[in-house]
Design a protein around this ligand. Structure first.
Ligand SMILES: [Zn+2]
Length: 75
């Protein structure tokens, strides 16, 4: 395997696509996480060995950023 491991673009909390710009070869300044506020509580849900290495998804990042990233949510 010379490609990214699956975990590079998969949320370590829920296993969904994390939409990370880095994993998609887009500038990190374009990534949703650049403006997202991720709480210590959320970070605490990430397995310790993956912290700082793998992005979580907008949904797990918190209600605020999830709403910003996914305007589809109706309620
Ligand atoms: Zn997630």
């Amino acid at each position: 395997m010379t490609r990214l491991t699956p975990s590079d673009n998969v949320c370590p909390i829920c296993g969904s696509d994390n939409h990370c710009a880095v994993a998609q070869s887009v500038a990190v300044s374009e990534c949703w996480c650049d403006t997202a506020v991720i709480t210590d509580e959320t970070i605490g849900r990430v397995p310790e060995e993956l912290r700082g290495k793998v992005c979580i998804c907008p949904r797990c990042a918190g209600p605020k950023s999830a709403q910003d990233a996914e305007p589809i949510i109706s309620k």
